[in-house]
Design a protein around this ligand. Sequence first.
Ligand code: M6R
Length: 364
Amino acid sequence: EKGNYRHFMQKEIFEQPIVVAQTLTSYIRQIDRTVALPQLDFDLSGVKRITIVACGTSYYAGMVAKYWFEHFAHVPVDVDVASEFRYRDPVLEPGGLALFVSQSGETADTLAALRHCRAAGQVIAVVVNVPTSSMAREADLVLPTHAGPEIGVASTKAFTCQLAVLAALAARLARVKGRLDADGEADIVRHLLEAPACLTAALDSDEAIASVAQLIAPARDVLYMGRGPDYPLALEGALKLKEISYIHAEGYASGEMKHGPIALVDDQVPIVVIAPSGPLFDKTISNMHEMQARGGRIILVSDAQGIAEAGEGCVATLAMPRVHPLIAPLVYAVPVQLLAYHTACIKGTDVDQPRNLAKSVTVE
Ligand code: M6R
């Protein structure tokens, strides 16, 4: 089943252009460049607040989506990890949409949070990869990802497909809220449809990423940093690395480094900086310079223009295609996944079945 691939994780990373395209096909009407959601039996335009709840990588997809819902639809969003959510007396008012993101649709904490929100009168929407799952059965609105079965314990293609669905939902919500006109919606659709080709271009850097993994593998600690919608990518990169290579890693919002974590920086700690060209580039790079001034060994992940501007003094650079900021979180998922993957291969760990972990966490 792995075909020519060494691991399921590797196969699933490389499937992303196809499965993201599949997912987009089911949410986009090419003919008029609009987003089409499954039949709704509630009024989407009446949604006043969104509560996103998920775990692990699915939680990071939810964090990215918060930027999109707020930016495009101007709807306030809370995002929580499921295991914390129920224990903090969340205020759930009428008109609230509770949105659960889960590859398996079975994660115990997320399912318990869903039931909590149901009891509190929220409309329940789920983004799930398993359409027959418990979460799908208990939802008012099921938004399937079409990633196909994900076997590797480390979630990869499910994440990028979740992002595709969430971006489509944000565009639709913005439209029904009157925050986006037909041209604006068509623009978003056009950028989303660019994602599969950009994912393919990102995958073309596989060999370059494998050689950068040589710099990561000997490290004891690795830091990741990013800003805005790419901040959750820093968290995701660190999670992937911890999970499959057992190297300690942390992700930080770039601007937060100077509030403490910068004390960790020395010439032993590789720092992966996720900095696509875009409105936040300059700020991220100035944070990167603060790390360099303390001897930090920077691995800059950007596009050709970003690397031309800021690559000097980095120990390595990885060039991604130049992309619209909307799809950057999908495209930059590839280098963080492959960095973790190749590092784990160098370390000889069990990539598909890392120690102490299960694919579906069905205990609270
Ligand atoms: O099936 P789910 O998306 O609900 O799973 C959530 C997490 O357990 C999962 O994303 C986990 O963090 C992954 N192993 C990360 O790669």
